[in-house]
Design a protein around this ligand. Structure first.
Ligand code: HEC
Length: 186
């Protein structure tokens, strides 16, 4: 091969490295889209009550996550989980009943997500965002989300992974008090 061909190949290689670095930056900096049809298209798999803070969390997973959970397989790229947090009041039997939707927390898995984070903070390929009930972005700052969810790195960073598996396999909504007693995601 002559010298000019070599130069051309090296230039092409450099060009593609620059382009792919640029693309991964864009993937890293864009915040997650609000999945506006989640109440129709996703499966409501868990309802978690936090008696101390009088909050109820309603958690939904998209069909990609549900099909994998049915097979006990790891959640693939394209999995999306939405968690609504509601203020709640006690009913006559002392059960917390949601009274007002306050926030919508979202997480999505895609290859390349999370590469901007250090290894000890990164939650695999998951990315997080916090939205208002009307779908406007409250915050795309992920620091606190990542550091708390690393506690369940053995569950693919998903606190409610066991509930997701049972709900996907039985078609039953899983309702329980919070397992961790954490006053979070209010
Ligand atoms: C201090 C810990 C903590 C922080 C900070 C936190 N979470 Fe969570 N998150 C939890 C716990 C615990 C659950 C499971 C529900 C429960 O037990 O209350 C949860 C559940 C979720 C779920 C449902 C899927 C799952 O993992 O079970 C989503 C989605 C979620 N959080 C998103 C977020 C986002 C977005 C942020 C940052 C804006 C965030 N979380 C910050 C502790 C935390």
């Amino acid at each position: 091969m002559n010298f000019q061909k070599w130069l051309f190949r090296i230039a092409l290689l450099l060009f593609s490295v620059v382009i792919s670095l640029g693309l991964s930056r864009i993937v890293a900096s864009e915040s997650l889209e609000f999945p506006s049809n989640y109440q129709q298209d996703f499966v409501h798999y868990a309802s978690v009550a936090c008696p101390n803070s009088r909050i109820v969390r309603q958690i939904y997973a998209n069909p990609i996550a549900i099909s994998a959970a049915k097979e006990n397989s790891p959640l693939p790229d394209g999995s999306v989980i939405v968690m609504e947090t509601h203020s709640a009041v006690s009913d006559a039997s002392g059960q917390l009943k949601p009274s007002r939707l306050n926030n919508v927390f979202i997480r999505e898995k895609q290859s390349g997500f999370g590469i901007e984070h250090s290894e000890n903070l990164r939650n695999g390929n998951w990315k997080y965002a916090w939205y208002s009930p009307t779908g406007s972005l409250v915050s795309s700052s992920e620091g606190s989300c990542l550091s708390c969810h690393t506690r369940v790195s053995d569950r693919d960073y998903i606190f409610t992974l066991p509930d997701l598996a049972i709900a996907a396999q039985t078609n039953q909504l899983q309702s329980r008090p919070t397992e961790f007693g954490l006053s979070v995601c209010n």
